[in-house]
Ligand binder design. Structure first.
Ligand SMILES: [Zn+2]
Length: 321
């Protein structure tokens, strides 16, 4: 480090000590801001537990209604705008209409250039990959609650974060109203994307990040292949944010190819959207997807990356693809 040596050159031992202390303070300030807004792992995990204690939260259920109240109260208290985007879809078994709602949390509503972070907040009706109990109780701690819990924690820091664009948190309903193989995926994100295309709002989304299954205790996130194909610029920028934070759980080489809520956002709404997902989760769609398989540390590791991404300058946040 030649620059440091030139500062030391010619100064007395005592002066060098002071210079050293100043440098140490400067670098600790730098690393504090690099670490982001001090997300609280224990509090994030507490949110996840609270959501799981509601019980199953499939579309149209009492559990979903209770969760909606919890989310709306949380973000209203933090000063965000909360709105619902209701729609109906047929239950795949009974054929009866199910009232669903995407929930949208808006920060800095005046900004017409916006980005979003999204997750699904409905849970699968049954743990149908569970060999022992495919009709048991599915709590969706990782596959459902993790994204909600992380956004609740991130919400606590939004006033201090100074994002480079307006930010929305979007909670999609009807991601998996699917019984075994009966039903359709991505109902909420498809409705949202179709509305955005056919009845455009006054604002424009420059980019989006979807989070799904990011609470696994054993966190490993790989660039997802559909995201790399459909939203290469945003995927690169999220991974660049992770790299700048030395977040080792974000691996460089793509692994899984996943259909998720980001597909309609890319293909119907044409909003470049990247899926951040840990798909190596042995309890996926089983009755074992419970809070004890998740950790607050994992939530905040992803949260720090998202916080960093939100503050990137626009040209780095959504580079030309
Ligand atoms: Zn799922």
């Amino acid at each position: 480090m030649p620059a440091t040596r030139s500062i030391a050159g010619g100064v007395s031992r005592g002066r060098w000590l002071i210079v050293g202390m100043v440098l140490a303070v400067a670098s600790s300030v730098e690393s504090a801001s690099a670490a982001g807004p001090g997300l609280d792992a224990a509090r994030a995990y507490g949110y996840l537990q609270k959501i799981c204690r509601i019980g199953p939260r499939p579309s149209g259920s009492r559990g979903m209604a209770e969760q909606q109240s919890l989310i709306a109260e949380h973000f209203s208290r933090l000063g965000a705008q909360v709105s619902y985007q209701p729609f109906d879809a047929a239950d795949p078994v009974s054929g009866q209409p199910v009232r669903m709602s995407n929930l949208i949390v808006t920060w800095n509503p005046k900004a017409t250039e916006r980005v979003f972070i999204a997750c699904h907040y409905d849970t699968r009706p049954f743990p149908d990959r569970d060999r022992r109990n495919p009709r048991g109780v599915f709590l969706g701690a990782n596959d459902g609650a993790s994204g909600v819990a992380l956004l609740m924690e991130l919400g606590n820091h939004m006033q201090d974060l100074h994002p480079s664009r307006g930010v929305d948190f979007i909670f999609f309903d009807g991601e998996e109203l699917v019984y075994q193989t009966t039903g359709r995926y991505f109902l909420g994100s498809t409705y949202f994307a179709t509305q955005y295309r056919d009845a455009p709002p006054p604002h424009r989304y420059a980019a989006g990040v979807l989070i799904d299954m990011i609470g696994d205790k054993d966190l490993d996130i790989f660039p997802e292949k559909t995201s790399v194909r459909l939203a290469p610029g945003v995927t690169r920028s999220v991974w660049a944010a992770a790299k700048s934070l030395k977040q080792r759980e974000f691996h460089p080489t793509p692994r899984h190819e996943i259909s998720d809520d980001h597909v309609p956002l890319n293909e119907i709404a044409h909003i470049p959207t990247c899926d951040v997902i840990d798909f190596d989760y042995p309890y996926w769609h089983t009755a074992q997807d419970v809070a004890s398989r998740c950790s607050g540390e994992s939530l905040v590791k992803v949260g720090r990356v998202l916080a960093r991404w939100l503050t990137l300058p626009p040209e780095e946040q959504s580079p030309i693809q």
